[in-house]
Design a protein. Structure first.
Length: 242
């Protein structure tokens, strides 16, 4: 499926590209009643009439911004039902001890993010909902691992698509840094880094990939890769590398 530019009435967001079918759905669904949207939202993926979750998220933000609070709440409920199903699958693949509790936590976290966000700050959810959900899931597992000290599989293969891109050299370097943070003095490392380098390390610690960090910092993957190399050198110079 090809990509297309955003809806005409939306400000251009060059940071993310979205499938043209989602744009068409949003345009069509804005003309329909909420009961129509709720009914068609039950159609399984791959079946005729399926509504993309990205379209539902944009509809949610639009309804809420138009002060249609009750409709926004109903749309959010539809979105979170899907999140619960996907979150449970991700938990199973990552071998999380309590999948039910974990998936409920993810649902709560996503609901809070959407409820407190807006279309501009959360546009990534309107472009690639699954990728945004996996990022939230990864960050949750990282936090759970730090809090409980349990060994939970965070390998990308555990919860990423089989067609995920092969890990790059920079991603490997990022993994080395992440491993070091799990067992060495974080404060000592932060004292040796610049503010921008510290932010990159914190994003790595929260489970962000190299590409996602580039998006967050509004720079190129190459810039992030070079900075990760510098961070690794700082760790070596200060004898805080694994």
């Amino acid at each position: 499926m090809g990509d297309n530019e955003e809806l005409v009435e939306l400000p251009l967001r060059k940071k993310y590209e979205r499938n043209s079918q989602i744009d068409e759905q949003v345009t069509d669904l804005l003309r329909e009643s909420l009961s129509y949207v709720e009914r068609f939202a039950r159609i399984p993926y791959g079946q005729p009439g399926y509504i993309y979750t990205e379209a539902l998220v944009e509809l949610f933000f639009r309804r809420r911004d138009e002060t249609q609070q009750e409709e926004a709440k109903r749309l959010l409920a539809v979105i979170l039902k899907r999140v619960k199903v996907w979150a449970y699958r991700l938990c199973k693949r990552a071998a999380v001890p309590d999948c039910e509790e974990c998936s409920n936590e993810i649902v709560s976290e996503v609901g809070m993010q959407l409820a407190q966000g807006n279309l501009d700050s959360h546009y990534f959810w309107c472009c690639n909902f699954i990728a945004a959900l996996k990022r939230t899931f990864s960050k949750y597992l990282q936090r759970l691992k730090r809090q409980q000290g349990n060994v939970i599989s965070l390998a990308a293969a555990a919860y990423e698509d089989a067609a995920a891109p092969i890990e790059t050299t920079a991603d490997c370097e990022a993994d080395i840094i992440t491993q070091a943070l799990n067992r060495l003095s974080v404060e000592k490392l932060f004292q040796a880094l610049t503010p921008k380098q510290t932010r990159i390390v914190k994003l790595l610690r929260d489970g962000y990939s190299q590409a996602e960090i580039a998006n967050e910092l509004n720079c190129t993957d190459r810039t992030v890769r070079n900075m990760i190399q510098r961070i690794k050198q700082v760790m070596i110079d200060h004898e805080i590398a694994p």
